[in-house]
Design a protein around this ligand. Structure first.
Ligand code: NI
Length: 169
């Protein structure tokens, strides 16, 4: 099932999500649906609040279907180590048609659970590290625009409000 993507302005994106405690078939189905919804929206990462579900689940595929082994599920993720700095243009499916340069750590270790509840750690750099941070932020009720200057953020919000008024958001 493909879920519609929730956009900026919906309060579900601003709230910390709730921990997953049950690892059952329903969770597996939701994760399958999240991958399907992410690919349909041409994204490389998706967090559950972006489909209106406030649970600590994210799916990532920075290769966009090229490498089946690159598909990653992060349940209850926590960033446990960061190193360095890296600036790159970043976007979000919930803020379509906008991008901004965002400086984030370059090397990141995440600790999370897989679909069976097994705890694992993974260290990544650059794009994948950025995805870990971006998606974990979503589960903490934060969007990437919290990492850009207030000036740029206000400008973006003004543009979005205009789009909302025009019924184009
Ligand atoms: Ni996002």
């Amino acid at each position: 099932m493909i879920y519609p993507i929730v956009k900026f302005g919906n309060p579900v994106l601003d709230k910390p999500s709730e921990a997953v405690t049950v690892f059952d078939e329903e969770l597996q189905k939701l994760i399958d649906d999240m991958f399907e919804s992410m690919y349909a929206a041409h994204g490389v990462g998706l967090a559950a609040p972006q489909i209106g579900i406030g649970r600590r689940i994210a799916v990532i595929d920075v290769t966009f279907k090229e490498d089946p082994d690159a598909k990653l599920v992060l349940i209850n993720p926590e960033i446990i180590h960061t190193e360095g700095r890296h600036t790159q243009s970043e976007g979000c499916l919930s803020i379509p048609d906008f991008r901004e340069n965002v400086t984030r750590p370059n090397k990141v270790t995440v600790r999370a659970q897989d679909v069976h509840g097994k705890v694992f750690q993974k260290t990544a750099e650059e794009l994948l590290a950025r995805a870990f941070l971006h998606e974990t932020d979503h589960l903490n009720g934060k969007l990437y625009i919290s990492h850009i200057s207030a000036l740029k953020r206000d400008l973006m919000k003004r543009k979005i409000r205009k789009l909302m008024k025009a019924g184009e958001w």
